[in-house]
Design a protein around this ligand. Structure first.
Ligand code: ATP
Ligand code: MG
Length: 256
């Protein structure tokens, strides 16, 4: 017996096929209008469900990643700082470094786009279906050290288990607490053992990390693992933040 449209919709709800439910009316009209062969219509309908699940998964991965904006390199102005390692940034954006278990260290002057590039890579990894953890380093250390032990354990697991970890703005607050140094070492060590990629951005040169950690041995331990299979990108140039601030000031001055 043929089902009515409301019955089909109810069945699709029962079977949890919202992707098919959303497009069914259109697919039926399309098939009738073009005399589409049944198998062609059926595969389009199946694809609708697959597409819907895929986009829901990506949205969930994005929510879990800790990213707060969907940045890409499309809006990046490469002419502003012509010495930036543009090719290496796009190479990272292909994400082959994740499959190879390699790391990336983006080091250089403030406001030159290190965090922007790291966030764009992280977002691209989310779109490609990877589990990503994006952490603002200081914020993560502070929160982590204040949270209760069982919560800490679970959080640490999710950070170690992710396919890609981004530690943004490391050592922004010149020195970090001793426990944070130990935490950083654990994270890097665990991920190194598992061949899982880490992207670190910092405006502090690696030669000074020992000072910020107040422990040269710990610094060597961390850098040794980070830099073993690593893309080292140097960001030389002027601050885009200052450029934007100067432009805002100029606008204010002309509007007076
Ligand atoms: N070349 C650029 N084109 C467009 N926007 C840029 C460019 N460089 C930086 N920006 C923007 O300027 C702001 C500062 O950049 P970002 O936070 O990436 O700098 P950073 O190198 O991480 O600095 P810091 O060392 O202080 O953390 C961001 O809003 C970023 O999107
Ligand atoms: Mg930054």
């Amino acid at each position: 017996m043929t089902m009515t449209m409301p019955e089909i919709e109810r069945a699709l709800r029962q079977l949890r096929l919202p992707g098919i439910r959303d497009t069914l009316q259109t697919r039926v009209l399309q098939a009738q209008g073009t005399n589409q062969p049944f198998l062609e219509t059926f595969s389009l309908i199946l694809q609708d469900e697959i597409d819907r699940r895929q986009s829901r998964l990506i949205e969930r991965r994005y929510q879990q990643s800790g990213l707060e904006e969907k940045l890409t390199l499309a809006e990046f102005d490469w002419s502003f700082n012509p010495k930036l390692p543009r090719q290496a940034c796009f190479q990272l954006l292909t994400l082959t470094f994740i499959a190879a278990g390699e790391n990336a260290l983006l080091i250089g002057k403030p406001g030159t786009g290190k965090s922007h590039v790291a966030k764009a890579i992280a977002y691209q990894a989310v779109i490609q279906g990877h589990k990503v953890q994006y952490l603002e380093a200081d914020d993560f250390f502070n929160r982590h050290l204040l949270s209760p032990a069982p919560q800490r354990e679970a959080r640490l697991r999710s950070v170690i288990d992710a396919d890609l970890l981004v530690l943004d703005d490391l050592f922004l607050a010149r020195s970090i607490p001793d426990e944070a140094g130990a935490l950083l070492q654990t994270l890097i060590h665990q991920r190194y053992k598992l061949h899982r990629s880490v992207v670190v951005t910092s405006n502090r040169v690696v030669q000074d990390w020992g000072t910020y950690l107040r422990d040269n041995t710990m610094s060597t331990t961390i850098l040794d693992r980070l830099m073993h299979r690593c893309h080292l990108l140097e960001f030389e140039g002027r601050s885009y933040r200052l450029k934007e601030a100067a432009e805002a000031l100029a606008r204010q001055a002309t509007s007076k």
